[in-house]
Design a protein around this ligand. Sequence first.
Ligand code: SAH
Ligand code: SF4
Ligand code: F3S
Length: 441
Amino acid sequence: MRQLRTFYIRTYGCQMNELDSEVITGMLERRGLIEVDDELQADLLIFNTCSVRDLAERKVLGKLGQLHRARPDRPVIGITGCMASVKKEKLLEKFPFLDFVLGTNDIHLLSEVVTQVLQGQRVAQTAETFSHELEYDLAKRKDSIKASVSIIRGCNKHCTYCIVPYSRGKEVSRPPKEIIDECKRLVDGGYKEITLLGQNVNSYGKDADWNIHFHDLLGEIDKVVGHCRVRFLTSHPVDITENLMMAIRDLDSVCECVHFPLQAGSNRILQKMHRMYTKEEYREKVHLLKMHVPDIALGTDIIVGFPSETEEEFLETLTAMEEFAYSFGFIFAYSPRKGTPASRWVDDVPKEVKEERLHTLLSLLDQLSQKEASHLMGSTCEVLVESMSAKNEKMVKGRTRTWKQVVFKGDSSLIGTLQNVRIVGSSNQTLMGHMFHDPPL
Ligand code: SAH
Ligand code: SF4
Ligand code: F3S
């Protein structure tokens, strides 16, 4: 049987995939393999893939072809993640040099699958639903200050454009005790910020009989994390409740920041997307949220060029973004995904128009950031220092509770600490600050 000594893992896609890669790394290290960062050297190559847009898939497919030529020594190659779940054994057919395909719900089987491959088999393992067998504790964390904790996998929403319900399956909440214990261990291990992850964290608990909702879970986590910050993403607007808004207001650990994707500003498009809210209903939630948490920062995701989106409908998205004064946002050009309802409609907004709409919204986001920065000027923010600034060795960078990036003078001894920083300037999406020393008592 072949011996594997080293592995290389490359991650595409979202934070859930990043976390899954950390778990995969831990599993392989337990098996005695050593991680290397050179894809030309490793005995085992894993690509943890994303299917959310065509570009994400094309990147991996291109990479596979390129590696096949660059590695005549035939390392073991595996595809994990969302593209594995969606394309399944078809990937093995298309790429004769591929050894295994392991879906998002089968990561716990990785070690067995690698053994089967070493015995000469080619394996495709892609279950529809997650089964609670993944040992998150094994995660080999890349960061020593911020960590992600999975609280719910999958999605039951079925937005008409989205592949995620097919790639990650039905919602499966993780038992509360496991989550709370993991948060406690992370805090004991020195972590200063925890991000709770789910495609829709507000659905937490609905698939189980624990009678614990997301806001209850936040309350329980708050009791064990001390001064560690807690964030969460993502929140589907339909499921965000007043109880959650009050939890953000009342729990010290929970940051005043909600990623609350609008996707589109036109009610006709929202309906075609099956988002299950109108702009007016969304607005009501925003008002309620701002009433409970006046300093809340809102983030969004937007898709431009959804099938049949007119210029007027696009402009409705633009005005909605201005109205909701987003603090951050991610803008995407619509990309048809095979198997989704929207992929059966004509993708009729020309590529150039999608690009133009995308750029218009990106510059709007810049303007909104500048406006927000000018409001923040002279104020003092709590910043968790995350690292040295990449551009200036005398500066450190970190984020406010509202997820604004701040750069200020300081050295590496500040990394991992919370500092009060006075905002004195801004450039692009980054705020410039001065450390604010409390006057002596
Ligand atoms: N669960 C999250 C987001 C998951 S995917 C939520 O519902 O908010 C991240 C983002 O990718 C989505 O919010 C959406 O804006 C974008 N997206 C998903 N499918 C897409 C597609 N087919 N084309 C373009 N963007 C897409
Ligand atoms: Fe996709 Fe919609 Fe689920 Fe988000 S809520 S993951 S956009 S189906
Ligand atoms: Fe994430 Fe991409 Fe899958 S965004 S859930 S890795 S399709």
